[in-house]
Structure formats: C-alpha cells, structure tokens
Design a binder for this molecule. Structure first.
Ligand SMILES: C[S@@+](CC[C@H](N)C(=O)[O-])C[C@H]1O[C@@H](n2cnc3c(N)ncnc32)[C@H](O)[C@@H]1O
Length: 289
C-alpha cells in the first residue's frame, strides 16, 4: 500500500521497531522523519511520536500519514533547542529514538532538489534550503586537489583523481545530469548501480555537513532518552557507521548504558532485492541505563 502511495520504503522497518521495543502510551523520537514510515509503525504499535526533519516537505507528507505525532522542523544537531521550543515537550525524556540517515526517496526523486543523477536538475543537494552552500558552489570553489580528497574520503571512489581532473577540465557544469555524464565517462558503467553514486553522495555529505550533524545529534539525543530507553541508528556510509560504533563504545565505557548489537544488523537478501537502496544499511542499537 505504501508503495502505491509512492512513500519512501523504510529500511530495516521490522528490525528497527523491534529494537525500539515499543511500549503503549510511551513517547518516541524520530529524528529523521522523512515520509514517516518508521513513525507510522511506532504509532501502529501504540507508541507516541515526536518527529523531526530538516526538510519542510517531509513534515507535510508525514503529517497526512501520522495520527497524533508532534512534528518539528529543524536539524537534529539542535535537538535540545527544537524540543524545548515546544512547551508540551520541555524537559521530556523519551522511551526511544531513531535515526534513519541520509535522504528520502522523495528528495532523491524530485529533480529540482539536485540529488538525482538520472533526472536533470540544478546541482543543489541541500536538505535544508536555508543553508548557504550548494553542490554547485562546491564544484566552483574547490580546487582539483580538494575535489580529489573529498571524493576519496567521503565517496571512497577509486577513480577520484580522474574524476576531479575531468570536472575541472570540463569547466561549466550546471546540472545534475552534466555531472553524472562526466563522471560516467571516467568511471564507466558496471552493474546496476549508477557510476556517479559515490560522487553525488560525497558532495551531498559536505553540503549538509552530515557527519558533523550526526556527531552532535548523537551527543544531544543521549540526554533525551529515559532509563532503559533504546537508541536505534541506521546508517548508509562506512564513516557514519564508524561514528556510531565509536560513540556507542565511548558511552558504554562511560557507564551510560550498553551496546545491544555487537555486530551491526544489515538487511537480508530479500529486502535488498526489493529495495536496492537498503544494500549499504547498517543498524546499531544502544540501551541507556
Ligand atoms: C532516509 S529518510 C527517513 C525515512 C523515514 N525513516 C521513513 O521511513 O519514511 C531521511 C530523512 O532525514 C532527514 N534528515 C537528514 N539529515 C537530517 C538532519 N541533520 N536533521 C534533520 N533531518 C535530517 C532528511 O531530510 C530525510 O527526510
């Protein structure tokens, strides 16, 4: 039914909700609301939801789908301020929280947002349209060496040097499809995954400071979860997963609680076959004591 409505297909839905261990009438924090797929399931199992998303479009869509959720627009790196700005939520602690990182299908499939390599659009890639720097700005100001380092570290792209050189030589690039075409020429096409995937991901992560937001968001959320509450994080990039893993380790060593996933949980073959976007997902769970 959700696919018919064109909603984002929630990754590791069953596993994530099971890990949250929903208790009827308790409050849960969805820090990456998106289309509200995880939140809908929390509500269905009797939990109450506070949903946060930096993208106002996400809030609009999720609102139609959710019954009683309190929805707040903002970046999860500001959880404390976002929550205390709502009188009814001041000093509230939650029975659980979830991060399902990255972009939603809606964002990916809306060409004007600039995330899609298949559909022509401006090279924007901002989840939050009030941010100052777009992907195009980055391509304009970064040197060949800086682009190379960015593609190598965040994109983990084997051909980073060649891609950086080709982009600088190409001169005027304005659209997503310009960029995708140049990258494809350098990287070539192998298999089903678009050859520009890693380059787009690297630019997107810088435009939205995704790793910085995650580090701050994790620290902030740990103060918002009540005793025996769970934190679930689904990440899609090895550097994100490393941040989650190391943060959880640090928390455990500091006596804040315990790691419930010694190894991250990944989608099974069936989920990956039905939703290829889930292929790089890793889920880690922490219980606050
Ligand atoms: C993968 S989608 C979430 C999908 C959702 N779990 C579902 O099942 O429909 C990620 C969402 O998180 C939002 N997001 C990413 N980084 C954010 C941040 N730092 N603060 C707030 N929202 C963020 C994006 O705008 C996007 O809507």
């Amino acid at each position: 039914m959700n696919i018919m409505k064109g909603y984002h297909e929630s990754v590791l839905l069953t596993e994530a909700i099971k890990a949250l261990d929903i208790k009827i009438g308790e409050w849960y924090l969805d820090l990456t609301l998106g289309d509200g797929g995880h939140s809908e399931e929390i509500e269905r199992q009797g939990g109450k939801v506070v949903g946060i998303d930096v993208d106002p479009q996400a809030l609009k869509r999720a609102k139609e789908r959710l019954k009683g959720a309190i929805l707040v627009q903002g970046n999860f790196r500001d959880i404390e301020n976002l929550i205390s700005s709502q009188t009814e939520l001041k000093d509230k602690k939650f029975a659980g929280a979830i991060f399902d990182l990255g972009v939603s299908s809606l964002q990916l499939e809306t060409p004007e947002r600039g995330f899609s390599f298949g559909k022509e659009g401006p090279l924007d890639m901002r989840m939050d349209l009030t941010l100052g720097v777009t992907a195009l700005d980055l391509l304009k100001v970064l040197s060949e060496k800086e682009l190379y380092e960015l593609f190598k570290s965040l994109g983990e792209e084997k051909y980073s040097k060649l891609v950086a050189r080709a982009l600088v030589r190409a001169g005027k690039i304005t659209t997503t499809t310009d960029l995708a075409r140049i990258v494809e020429k350098v990287v070539g096409r192998q298999g089903k995954i678009h050859p520009a995937t890693k380059i787009f991901q690297a630019l997107r992560m810088v435009v939205n400071d995704e790793l910085g937001a995650l580090k701050e968001g994790l620290e902030e959320v740990s103060k918002k979860i009540q005793e025996n509450g769970r934190l679930v994080v689904i990440s899609f990039h090895s550097l994100e997963d490393r941040i989650v893993k190391n943060t959880f380790k640090g928390w455990e060593q500091a006596g804040l609680g315990k790691i419930l996933t010694k190894k991250p949980i990944a989608p099974g073959v069936q989920e990956i076959a039905g939703n290829p976007r889930s292929r790089s997902a890793k889920m880690r769970v922490f219980e606050i004591l």
